[in-house]
Design a binder for this molecule. Structure first.
Ligand SMILES: [Zn+2]
Length: 235
């Protein structure tokens, strides 16, 4: 049992404080969760004291419970992530710095610890995966490297070289639509974006300068028509 001596505001003297745990319910990011919070209590008067860092620790504990329950990729999501890069369980784990069998246990339903959970989350971004691959590819065999380098996930990332900002600004669906459109036109992503920028901008500026093409008259025109008789009267 953790004990320490600190001043108690009720006893107005240094007192021995005893650590105790309690199960607390709270709403975290919209989800009801229960987590184990820790507090210190005066052994003489029973007052709880707030200790430096205690609130942060309890929030961390709540966040960890939330992440385990609501922010952990499912086994199916992990399989699809790994297969997008054409990697075996072992090779994928070695690239991310896990143990040889770790990915297998996650795909069986084991919950990744916070660090590995973060790595798995980062690996969902193909450009980040490509960086990880470049750093750690020496850890895996040639056959696995060939499979990964010819996978849709890896090749997809290569199309975005030099356009990391644009890649990350688009959603996954927008990216795959753009990639698909570029592919059927035989263009690079960059060329396809240029086509969109050129045609889209031209259409926008035409709409701006030819108001008669608007479907419904704008209030501005109605006002001008109403004013006509007045103008005629003046003239
Ligand atoms: Zn006390």
């Amino acid at each position: 049992m953790m004990r320490k001596i600190v001043p108690c505001s009720v006893c107005e003297d240094d007192r021995e404080m005893k650590l105790f745990h309690s199960h607390e319910a709270m709403n975290f990011k919209g989800k009801d969760i229960t987590f184990e919070a820790e507090y210190y209590r005066c052994t003489i008067c029973g007052t709880e004291i707030e200790e430096p860092g205690q609130l942060d620790r309890n929030l961390d504990a709540a966040r960890e419970v939330y992440d385990r329950l609501h922010a952990t990729p499912s086994p199916a999501e992990l399989v699809s992530l790994r297969e997008r890069y054409g990697a075996s369980q072992k090779a994928f784990g070695m690239l991310l710095g896990f143990g040889e069998a770790t990915m297998n246990t996650y795909e069986q339903g084991n919950i990744p610890d916070p660090v590995n959970r973060l790595l798995l989350k980062l690996a969902r971004n193909p450009l980040v995966f490509k960086e990880i691959y470049a750093t750690n590819k020496h850890r895996i065999g040639l056959t696995q490297r060939r499979r990964i380098e010819s996978s849709p996930g890896y090749l997809g990332a290569c199309c975005w070289d030099g356009m990391e900002g644009l890649h990350n600004a688009l959603g996954e669906e927008e990216r795959s639509l753009l990639g698909f459109t570029a592919q059927i036109h035989g263009l690079s992503i960059q060329e396809q974006v240029k086509v969109y920028a050129s045609t889209g901008s031209r259409r926008d500026s035409m709409a701006l300068y030819s108001p008669t093409e608007w479907d419904t008259p704008r209030p501005l025109f109605i006002a001008l028509k109403d004013e006509k008789p007045h103008k005629a009267g003046v003239a």
